[in-house]
Design a protein around this ligand. Structure first.
Ligand code: RBF
Length: 171
């Protein structure tokens, strides 16, 4: 099916690596808090469900999404982390501020990820309107915070086993 594996909210939970030995940082933006806090709840719930210990989940709240890469950097320098997750929601408005913020966050996170070797997960919604955001924060399109958590666990597991590539794809 063309849409298979496009929506990670429907990932196969039994195929996920255990997060029991992993530490995570979560940076969450307070702009559009009714959306981002729902992403955060989904994210934490998913990490715990896969075995992460509450004391190994470290949260930093920032004013807006633009601040997310800096918060992820602070999280990475404060403790040993296996992955950090950035959660935000930048809704398109009358001006193109959203493009500047989204590009800055995406660039910041990928630079941080490559510079540190620690996976930095992009969990920022970039919707055209509020309904599209609600649909992705526990609505009809799942919760992208859950997907960010699943991606963080998979990338952290990949890092732990790095140096031993697999013979073929599959979990
Ligand atoms: N931050 C968000 O996380 N989501 C937004 O939709 C958002 N819209 C903004 C619109 C404008 C015009 C401005 C100036 C800022 C916006 N911000 C938004 C805040 C931004 O991420 C950052 O916190 C501030 O610009 C301070 O650096």
């Amino acid at each position: 099916m063309a849409s298979a594996l496009k929506n990670l909210s429907a990932y196969n939970e039994s195929d996920m690596p255990s997060a029991a030995e992993m530490s995570f940082g979560i940076a969450v933006a307070d702009w559009n808090a009714h959306i981002t806090h729902a992403l955060y709840e989904g994210c934490v719930e998913a990490l715990l469900k896969h075995g992460a210990l509450p004391e190994n989940i470290h949260t930093m709240q920032v004013p807006g999404s633009f601040e997310l890469p800096a918060a992820c950097r602070l999280l990475l320098s404060s403790k040993k982390m296996d992955a950090v997750i950035a959660l935000g929601c930048v809704i398109q408005g009358e001006t193109n501020h959203n493009e500047y913020i989204n590009h800055a966050v995406a660039n910041g996170l990928v630079q941080l990820s490559l510079a540190t070797g620690i996976p930095c997960i992009f969990g920022v919604l970039t919707p055209n309107n509020e309904q599209q955001a609600l649909d992705r924060a526990g609505g009809v399109h799942g919760n992208k915070g859950v997907e960010a958590a699943a991606t963080a666990i998979r990338m952290a597991a990949l890092k732990k086993e790095s140096g031993t590539p697999k013979k073929r794809i599959g979990f």
